[in-house]
Design a protein around this ligand. Structure first.
Ligand code: UDX
Length: 444
């Protein structure tokens, strides 16, 4: 009788936010399909009930970590620096106990690149570790550019428009003014964080949720800089043939509503799990959407009751509002013709995977980078800058949904969809990268 190979356990350490949990869980699913068992280490279990619907995974807690509620008080950069300091010793204890429990059978620790405290435990217990970067390769490349900067000199240099517009070497069309630094407090501290994030320490490889056909320049640069294998496994929700990993309850009634709409007639609006529009912007958005005379599906996390009274009846007559949608299914639905997005990296990958062109309305640095790629590199969307006002919303929606330029964007988005599909099929770049990663995990 053939000997059954013993399952080897992988410890995953996500940053416990939807945009980071989702790709980590897809990765877990992909590795489960290759015969590994998964333990997920979490610092904050304030969403414990949401985590319980990940069947087959073992969950452990890092007791001394920092509650997410501290982000508001500290700001994202100070929060992450403190989180990493606070969690290091506690995570070592977790791994030590897990090793006893699992009879030393841990194949690898895979951690979100923002959870860099994990490496100390991996090193202490001589476990292989792999860094997982859940945003784009270009974002990772920006971190490595920032890591080499002198923050004071950079801020002075940036007063010169010529330097602002200088293209970053080997990363065309990215210029220095596009580096995602806005909204993260003092540059010195942000650069300190970047140094930690790009430090590969003892890691055996870096996983990125991207596809070579989308970001070849940035990937080449990263490959050279890291000097360890860079595994591009994206789009991970397709690589892993995953279902949703939503931390919030999805309102599936919108699928029934979409079933009643004409093909490619609906614009879907979602701003991810963190950011919200201000009241004035919501009002202008509501008018613009209604004035476009096209049906719309709008995710408003506070619900339709939060809409200003003067537009709430009009909006509910012309569109459909949910607090949280089954986004991948929505984008896959034939009635959806466009996506108004804040350009979080997961939303970008999910939209391109379904060939849906976008209207980009980014909030902060890295989303702006993604928006720039959508509009200027892949040419599958429109960037809406400045203040949101109803006329601008109506024009952008019509350009994307009705005009010829929108049809061209859709065609290009559909071409990318095919490329992405090919990357996860046998022999494709993500398919091959996953097999290479599995080989590494089996031999380490
Ligand atoms: C965060 C950051 O804000 C983003 O810039 C970074 O790229 C990733 O981490 P978030 O803002 O939540 O993410 O956006 P995004 O990356 O798009 O992730 C949102 C996820 O929530 C997507 O996987 C999307 O499918 C899901 N979602 C969103 C739903 O399932 N339903 C919804 O109604 C809205």
């Amino acid at each position: 009788m053939e000997k059954v190979a013993h399952k080897r356990r992988i410890v995953l350490v996500p940053l416990p936010l939807q945009g980071h949990v989702t790709p980590m869980m897809h990765l877990g699913k992909a590795l489960t399909l290759k015969g590994f068992s998964i333990t997920v280490a979490l610092g904050q279990l304030d969403q414990v009930s949401s985590w319980q619907h990940f069947p087959g995974y073992q969950f452990i807690t890092i007791p001394e970590s920092l509650p997410l509620s501290e982000v508001k008080a500290l700001g994202p950069v100070e929060f992450l620096i403190k989180l990493n300091k606070t969690s290091e010793a506690s995570f070592k204890d977790c791994i030590s106990q897990l090793l006893i429990q699992q009879g030393n059978d841990i194949a690898c620790v895979i951690y979100d690149d923002l959870m860099y405290f994990c490496e100390a435990a991996a090193k202490e217990f001589k476990l292989p570790s792999i860094i997982f970067s859940t945003t784009s390769a270009t974002h990772k490349a920006c971190f490595s550019i920032l890591n080499k900067l002198n923050p004071k000199k950079f801020l002075i240099d940036m007063e010169d428009p010529e330097l602002q517009n200088k293209v970053v070497e080997n990363l065309h069309p990215l210029s220095y003014k596009d580096l995602p630094i806005a909204g993260f407090g003092p540059l010195e501290r942000f650069v300190e964080l970047c140094k930690e994030v790009v430090n590969r320490r003892t890691a055996s490889g870096v996983i990125i949720n991207t596809v070579t056909s989308l970001e070849s320049l940035s990937l080449t640069r990263l490959q050279q800089e890291f000097g360890i294998p860079v595994y591009t496994l994206g789009p991970l929700h397709i690589t892993a043939a995953s279902t949703t990993y939503s931390l919030l309850e999805e309102d599936r009634s919108c699928i029934e509503w979409l079933n009643m709409q004409k093909p490619r007639s609906v614009i879907y609006i979602s701003l991810g799990s963190i950011f919200d529009m201000g009241t004035k912007e919501v009002l202008e958005m509501a008018w613009g959407l209604c004035d476009s005379n096209l049906p719309f599906l709008w995710v408003i996390r506070d619900g339709s009751e939060s809409l200003p009274e003067e537009v709430s009846t009009m909006v509910s007559e012309r569109g459909y509002i949910v607090k949280w949608a089954p986004q991948i299914e929505v984008l896959r639905h034939p009635a959806v013709g466009g996506f108004w997005s804040h350009c979080g990296w997961n939303s970008i990958l999910e939209s391109i995977s379904e060939g849906v062109p976008m209207i980009c309305r980014p909030f902060q640095g890295e989303q702006k980078l993604n928006a720039m790629h959508v509009e200027s590199v892949w040419r599958i969307g429109i960037h809406v800058g400045g203040e949101v006002e109803r006329g601008g919303v109506e024009r952008a929606v019509k350009r994307l949904m009705i005009d010829e330029e929108g049809a061209d964007m859709r065609e290009r988005a559909l071409d990318f969809k095919e490329k992405l599909k090919a990357s996860v099929r046998s022999g494709g770049s993500s398919y091959n990268a996953l097999n290479e990663l599995v080989n590494l995990l089996k031999t380490e």
